[in-house]
Design a protein around this ligand. Structure first.
Ligand SMILES: Cc1ncc(COP(=O)(O)O)c(C=O)c1O
Length: 359
């Protein structure tokens, strides 16, 4: 519901609903929370140790404006020099910076639809026009239609949210080559996928790749992400960001997390194996589950009523995400959790099916 604010509010803001984050249970509530795609494991012990060692001096002073120590470590890991990297307060911050860097008021932002529901919000906040292009059959990338969109920016989440589907980098490269504007590839979930688009950044000046610590590094509460692009593009984005957009604690902890690749990779392997098991379990109960390369699955319930399933699971203390949007009403999105959490989902679904049968 949109509640209109006072007349002195910008009309673009007054007339929009704003982004709707997944619901947050009250602190201490006993729920199986699988609605916002967090990593089911705690952050690395090395991150927690770094947190304990935060000095009061580092809090008294302003942090590094460009997260220099983080960029050094990330650059080494990714095989690029630090001037190819910009850090952000979560990858949402980088999406905002990108919108403000590449799109003037009245410009156009295109994205395949459905996708991450923040993109239309950022578009409207920039007084730009959203250009939605439907995915082709089986969530194939509509390369020609997007290339012809006359947009200033294309947002492409890969893996996509909420579908979890993945487009091969070779296909995305065709779009990068054919498109005259800026192609932003949002790789929030890429660590759970088989490939990534970092190579495209080397070959195409019009590609920006964004990443986050919220999913793959178990640090959604920290708020830290980064983008990779050619230095002349990063330099422009640096002008747009807030002066100190990443706080001192987040810079140190994100660096520690990145340095513990071994731990992070173990969590990714667990998620991938459990993703397979959860998908199979649901398929056996008659669900249609999209092939996912993310840490969540989008699944159509046998009864065809996503909302009823969402509410039924919620009444059992299991939170999943339902989107009241065209093409998604028969589905729910489920974050892959621990073995116990995924078992709870499978048992909950079975219970719903039994109750339906008895009715
Ligand atoms: C596609 C996509 N991009 C970006 C984000 C936001 O990530 P962050 O927590 O880094 O802001 C999300 C979060 O759900 C997402 O689904």
């Amino acid at each position: 519901m949109i509640v209109m604010g006072p007349a002195f509010i910008r009309s673009a803001v007054r007339e929009m609903a704003g982004y709707a984050p997944g619901e947050q249970p009250a602190p201490g509530a006993r729920v199986v929370k699988l609605n916002t795609n967090e990593n089911p494991f705690p952050p690395s012990e090395k991150v927690l140790q770094a947190l304990r060692e935060i000095s009061s001096e580092s809090l008294r002073r302003y942090p590094s404006p460009r997260a220099d120590a983080f960029r050094d470590v990330a650059g080494k890991l990714l095989g690029v020099s630090p001037d190819w990297i910009i850090a952000g307060n979560g990858s949402d911050d980088l999406l905002t910076i990108a919108t403000r860097t590449f799109v003037a008021a009245g410009g156009r932002i295109a994205y395949p639809d459905p996708t991450y529901s923040l993109y239309p919000v950022l578009t409207r906040l920039q007084d730009a026009k959203p250009v939605t292009v439907a995915w082709e059959k089986d969530w194939a990338l509509p390369v020609a239609a997007l290339a012809a969109s006359k947009a200033d920016v294309i947002f492409l989440a890969n893996p996509n949210a909420p579908s979890g589907t993945f487009v091969r980098p070779e296909k995305i490269e065709k779009l990068a080559a054919a498109f005259g504007g800026l192609l932003l590839i949002d790789e929030a979930y890429v660590d759970f996928a088989d490939a990534n688009c970092l190579g495209l950044v080397q070959r195409h000046a019009n590609v920006v790749v964004t990443r986050t610590f919220s999913k793959a590094y178990s640090l959604a509460g920290l708020r830290f992400g980064y983008a990779v692009a050619q230095p002349q593009v990063i330099a422009e984005m640096m002008k747009v960001k807030d002066s100190y957009n990443c706080d001192a604690i987040s810079q140190v902890l994100a660096t520690a997390a990145l340095e513990d690749q071994e731990y992070a990779r173990r969590t990714w392997e667990h998620v991938k194996a459990e993703r397979q098991r959860l998908s199979e379990g649901l398929r056996q109960m008659g669900w249609e589950v999209l092939p996912s390369q993310a840490n969540f699955i989008l699944a159509a319930c046998p009864g065809g009523d996503g909302k009823e399933t969402y509410l039924g699971l919620k009444s059992q203390g299991i939170l999943v995400r339902y989107f009241d949007l065209p093409g998604l009403k028969d589905k729910v999105r489920i974050t892959v959790g621990t073995v116990q959490e995924n078992n709870a989902v499978l048992a909950g679904v079975q219970e719903l099916a039994a109750a339906e049968k008895a009715a």
